[in-house]
Design a binder for this molecule. Structure first.
Ligand SMILES: [Zn+2]
Length: 446
């Protein structure tokens, strides 16, 4: 005898399924909203582009550093006119071991390379020079990048003195001081074997040994271990601005790091014209370039050497005009000028932020979950990493943003009226401006 099918039980189950189906239909039909239209804006409102100036510390004395940052970052009355109040960072050196710039004067007081702002005196790790000043400016936000460990450029390119022991000592002291740069910018000529990121077996970058495990100059394991995420690998760009400022680089030791584009030269009929000196700011920054950056909605990082000159003031009239032009683009809400670390972190967050949209009871929730960095892995979002992240929404008043399951405080939220696209938006506030004059509470005698 075969098993009898229990038709009564089957009927009940089918009936329950139908009831459940009708209930879901009714719930959706009456209470659920159509999926909210949420789209990430390219840049923090109201800006349409982002720009950073990444300056190498070459030739900069503490006096020059204070002089030009007072003009760039504060709104004080300075010898070059009223300060611009821009968020512009800088780089630093731990060591000085060059012989290639003698007897070149680094300022208008006939100082030579030993007057340049460095953490140690020469390469003597028992003798600190401007360590306190570097630490202070790092904390102030005026320093965010390490320009290699130091200046190891030599007249004889075959010499290479920045070996692993100096890298280890540098990180030991930086860690003790709480200095954590997450941008590395290669410096100088082929004697700087510690450089890395552009190695090829022949040609210009074949000297780079920093990521070669077999080399006495190997140190990129320390770079990664100490939290450096971004690298300028000595390859400059002639393009002014890109859709994304970052690109992945695989190092020879297997580690990965974000390379970033830096505009530093123009191609001319005569060849390459390097524009990364303070006297060429007016060549770098032009109305056409800034307008183009805005219309393309691009990122731009400009390479500079603010302290590279040796006149009484870092910038002359036409360069001051170029910098004021840049400031006017920020003041009118077109280009956000940000220190390089902020631009790069924003770029990563914008490219790799994982978020979820849900709509309930007529309100839309944007839940910021993680940054799925393809090179450094996925990690929960912190508010500083998503500062400036903005979403186009139908009605900002009906939207709330959460971060790791916590509602983001209204103090951190910015609701925006419609922009050029006609769409309103909501986002996490960008960093508050800081135009404090940090030169006023520090002595710089060099
Ligand atoms: Zn340099």
């Amino acid at each position: 005898m075969g098993k009898k099918i229990n038709y009564i039980k089957l009927g009940t189950v089918l009936f329950l399924f139908i009831v459940l189906g009708i209930a879901i239909f009714i719930k959706n039909g009456f209470t659920a909203q159509p999926i909210a239209q949420v789209q990430m804006r390219e840049f923090p409102y109201p800006y349409q582009a982002m720009l950073s100036i990444a300056s190498d510390i070459d030739g900069t004395t503490p006096h020059e550093f204070a002089q030009y940052h007072q003009f760039l970052n504060t709104k004080e009355n300075t010898p070059m006119g009223r300060g611009l109040g821009l968020d512009i960072g800088d780089s630093f050196w731990m060591y000085m071991d060059t012989n290639s710039s003698h007897p070149y004067y680094v300022d208008n007081r006939k100082h030579i390379s030993n007057a340049i702002m460095t953490y140690f005196n020469g390469i003597d790790t028992n003798k600190k020079k401007d360590a306190g000043l570097i630490n202070y400016y790092y904390r102030a936000g005026w320093i965010d990048s390490i320009h290699g460990y130091g200046d190891f450029s030599r007249i004889n390119h075959g010499q290479g003195f920045c070996t692993r022991n100096l890298a280890e000592a540098a990180w030991k002291h930086m860690n003790e001081d709480g200095i954590h740069p997450d941008i590395w910018i290669n410096h100088g000529n082929e004697a700087n074997r510690q450089n890395f990121g552009a190695y090829t077996s022949f040609g210009f970058a074949s000297y780079q040994e920093g990521d070669n495990k077999q080399s006495p100059y190997y140190h990129t394991d320390l770079i990664i271990k100490n939290g450096v995420h971004f690298l300028w690998n000595s390859r400059g760009d002639s393009d002014f601005g890109e859709k994304s400022a970052i690109f992945p680089i695989k190092l020879r030791d297997g580690n990965k790091i974000w390379g970033f584009h830096r505009y530093v030269f123009d191609r001319t009929k005569k060849g390459v014209n390097w524009t990364w000196g303070p006297k060429a700011l007016d060549v770098q920054i032009t109305p056409q370039r800034l307008d183009n950056l805005v219309s393309q909605k691009n990122y731009a990082i400009i390479g500079q050497h603010f302290g590279g000159g040796n006149g009484a003031y870092p910038f002359d009239r036409s360069n001051i005009k170029a910098l004021r032009l840049l400031a006017s683009y920020q003041d009118s809400g077109r280009i956000l000028v940000a220190r390089t670390s902020r631009l790069l972190h924003y770029n990563v967050a914008h490219n790799y932020l994982h978020y979820a949209i849900t709509t309930e009871g007529g309100r839309t929730k944007i839940e910021l979950k993680s940054i799925n960095d393809p090179l450094f892995g996925s990690h929960p979002v912190t508010i500083h990493e998503v500062r400036g992240i903005t979403f186009y929404v139908d009605n900002p008043k009906n939207v709330y943003i959460s971060l790791n399951n916590h509602l983001v405080s209204s103090k951190e939220i910015q609701c925006n009226p419609p922009d050029q696209t006609g769409k309103p938006s909501i986002g996490i506030k960008w960093f508050a401006p800081d135009t404090f004059d940090y030169t006023k509470v520090v002595s710089h005698t060099s």
